[in-house]
Design a protein around this ligand. Structure first.
Ligand code: 5RP
Length: 222
């Protein structure tokens, strides 16, 4: 099976976690996009969705799914999203698509985080995938120096010769070369650097369930 077929398989399997009559939190990225396409097929069963990015909001609307502002939603039973890496305890690196801050905010309002990913995302130790850190633009140099002092190699994310600008008007620094054996500690340490909006470690609040697409079928970790 191709990586896209594995992503599609977990996206289909995740429909089981959709709660009828409720609002669902929806992540960002190619796996989340496959999920949105599946959600479109059962859209009459849900009240609507909260999106973790402008791109996700647009795709949800294109399927006729009502998009709610998070400020109008107190809680939701489930948030479904992909990951760049996940370990067996459900701690993740996210933000490859630059949507980490809104993803973390929407996930914080949900009672359950269901991660959907192809099997290649499961790792023993997080950090081979560069850790995304969203920063206030004026702080990018000072934050980069501090991230370097933690042992990583910080690189400002650039596309078409310009810094990538997030939906929040911020920049992304990707930190290479970290071996993250204590993800919750590193998550806290990086969040404590002045100028950091958020970082892509989802360890303090990780995934409750992970559906992994493998050539032997969808495997569930919980
Ligand atoms: C976006 C994310 C995505 O969930 C992550 O990058 C995985 O993406 P994909 O499903 O395309 O592999 O965190 O900010």
């Amino acid at each position: 099976m191709t990586q896209d077929e594995l992503k599609q398989a977990v996206a289909k399997a995740a429909i089981e976690y959709v709660v009828d009559g409720e609002i669902i939190g929806v992540g960002t990225g190619s796996t989340a996009n496959f999920f949105i396409d599946e959600l479109g097929k059962i859209k009459d069963r849900i009240k609507g969705a909260v999106a973790s990015s402008e791109a996700t909001a647009e795709r949800l609307r294109s399927h006729g799914i009502k998009v709610f502002d998070l400020n109008d939603v107190d809680t939701m039973p489930v948030y479904i999203d992909g990951a760049d890496e996940i370990n067996a305890a459900g701690a993740m690196i996210k933000g490859g698509g630059a949507a980490l801050t809104r993803e973390k905010i929407v996930a914080s309002v949900a009672q359950k985080f269901v991660c959907i990913a192809d099997g290649s995302k499961l790792v023993d130790v997080l950090g081979k995938f560069p850790l995304p850190v969203e920063v206030i633009p004026m702080s990018q140099a000072v934050v980069a120096r501090k991230l370097g002092a933690l042992g990583g190699e910080p690189r400002l994310r650039i596309k078409d010769g310009k810094p990538v600008v997030t939906d929040n008007g911020c920049y992304i620094i990707d930190v290479l070369g970290l071996s993250i054996t204590e993800p919750a500690d590193i998550e806290d340490k990086i969040n404590n650097i002045v100028g950091v909006v958020t970082n892509g470690l989802f360890a303090r609040q990780g995934a409750n369930v992970c559906l992994l697409g493998t050539s032997e079928g969808v495997k569930k970790l919980e």
